[in-house]
Design a protein around this ligand. Structure first.
Ligand code: RB5
Length: 148
């Protein structure tokens, strides 16, 4: 499995924690798209390349982080084909995968502790899309994207 990860300054520390957790403890291939420090940056500049990496299938999933997760969530969902889900705890991540086939997990660096964030990441990466009735709904989202 290959993952791309990106954050702004507000979630830089959390990004490093999650990146190292995935690389070292889980042996997952992680591409880090920045930010590279806690110096102030603008989250849309990191959301766009992350989203494009996911939709071009260079990676299996993206993980995007900012302070609240809200800005990253709004920005990454502007990339066509991205289904980004802001998940504050594991059950949200479970259903983001099962029902929404989310391809980008968004985390709130300033609102979550690192243990909760790791559990949320694990749940997201280990849960499959349920398909079935949810597939039709995903297709309807794609249609909205195409028409607007
Ligand atoms: C940065 O100060 C903060 O606004 C950003 O990380 C995020 O929370 C925006 O939604």
């Amino acid at each position: 499995m290959k993952i791309a990860i990106a954050s702004d300054h507000a979630a830089y520390e959390m990004k490093e924690t999650i990146k190292n957790y995935l690389k070292i403890e889980k042996g997952i291939d992680v591409i880090d798209l920045g930010a590279n420090s806690s110096e102030s940056v603008d989250y849309p500049d990191y959301a766009e390349p992350l989203g494009l990496m996911v939709t071009s299938k260079e990676v299996d999933f993206g993980i995007a982080l900012c302070g609240t997760g809200i800005g990253m969530s709004i920005a990454v969902n502007k990339v066509k084909g991205v289904r980004g889900a802001l998940c504050l705890y594991p059950t949200m991540a479970e259903f983001a995968r099962k029902h929404n086939d989310a391809n980008v997990l968004v985390l709130a660096g300033r609102l979550m502790g690192s243990d909760l964030a790791k559990l949320t990441v694990d749940t997201f990466l280990n849960t499959d899309f349920d398909g079935g009735r949810h597939k039709k709904r995903i297709e309807k989202i794609a249609r909205i994207e195409k028409q607007n």
